[in-house]
Design a protein around this ligand. Sequence first.
Ligand SMILES: Cc1cc2nc3c(=O)[nH]c(=O)nc-3n(C[C@H](O)[C@H](O)[C@H](O)COP(=O)(O)OP(=O)(O)OC[C@H]3O[C@@H](n4cnc5c(N)ncnc54)[C@H](O)[C@@H]3O)c2cc1C
Length: 386
Amino acid sequence: MDFTLNDEQRQIYEYGDQLAKEFDHHYWLDHARNHKFPQALFDRIAKDGFLGLMVPEEYGGAGLGMQEMALFMEGTANNGIPMLMMVVGPCMSLSHIATHGTEFHKKTLLPAACRGDIQFCFAITEPGAGSNSMQITSVAKRDGNNFSLSGEKTFITGADVADYCLVVARTTPHDQVSRKTDGFTLFAVDLKKKGVDLQRVKVSIPVPEEQFTIFFDDVELTHDDVVGEVDKGFNILFDTLNPERILVAAIATGVGRFTLQKAVEYASERVVFGQPIGAHQGLQHPLAKAKANIEAASLLGRRAAWEFDNDIPAGHSSNMAKYTASEAGIEAVDAALQAHGGSGFTEDTGIYEYYPLMRLLRTAPVNRELCLSYIGEHVMGLPRSY
Ligand SMILES: Cc1cc2nc3c(=O)[nH]c(=O)nc-3n(C[C@H](O)[C@H](O)[C@H](O)COP(=O)(O)OP(=O)(O)OC[C@H]3O[C@@H](n4cnc5c(N)ncnc54)[C@H](O)[C@@H]3O)c2cc1C
């Protein structure tokens, strides 16, 4: 394994530093506090060619891999710009459409999405099926080449700004399939279709991308809307799990570094009891410990991305990276907050807002317990626990 970045990867990693000159963390915070989608930021990212990082060049993308996508996300998060929409759109939706989509998806939707003309969101969670996706009840009833989609998805990030949603629905009842993962199909659903309705889920964390429940009421779809094979959607979904975990790790390590850097600056200047507070071990050691954990998690994330790009099973590293990074992210923001004293809780400082986001990453998109169960079972060989 060689984690030395080549020139292109370094430029991608440092892109966040450039971006932050125009769209800094104050810009992100302002949009996060007001739950306002940062359209100008996304337009710039689209213009600079980063939305289609993982999309092949023939469909308008850059043809790069997971390593570059993770470096991009970590580099922007290093500057206090974490982007959930990049996870659900360019990573979880576009890369699958590039591999499994129809000609219409690839030749029309992908180039438009890479240009930033249209956006994608991703919907699997339902009120009755969160961590256990097998329990989803949204159904796409088949009639020849047509389908009628009915059901409800919830917590869907960015559904208000998205034009299309990659939706997971059941196409064959569970008692008629031989494998429990069969019977599910992915559809690229045009959200302007008749029968689609949105209702905002008021999430209390400051984050620019809002969440929605999407209701599907007999939405008419055709075979052209299917991504991949009918009834085999989970084969594609399994490929999304590791990228999602790798990107969460990239966001958490980046935000962790950002808040620690702010804490170092503050603790080096703030004088209480005759010397800078950073000189006290009681304050310095929690920051140092968090820094060590962030960098360790970051390396695990790099390893996972490298394995993914090199067709090496990346489940072990991805789960360990997601677990360690989200825990290290929480620890880092907490230590940074403590170092700032009361000023950590002011809007001017803008540290506290990152805490709920880091705390979210312990729970979603995959919770800490499922990561630990994966590690216990698949990495360590313990009996399956659920
Ligand atoms: C801000 C936000 C954005 C989101 N964006 C999207 C999106 O864009 N698209 C989408 O499809 N979904 C999205 N989600 C949904 C998210 O993926 C789910 O909330 C997550 O998968 C957990 O599901 P749940 O909320 O139903 O929790 P549950 O499955 O009900 O679990 C609740 C808790 O129980 C524990 N638990 C569950 N199972 C086990 C087990 N086997 N062993 C031990 N403990 C367990 C865990 O601690 C877990 O946190 C989003 C959620 C939030 C809050």
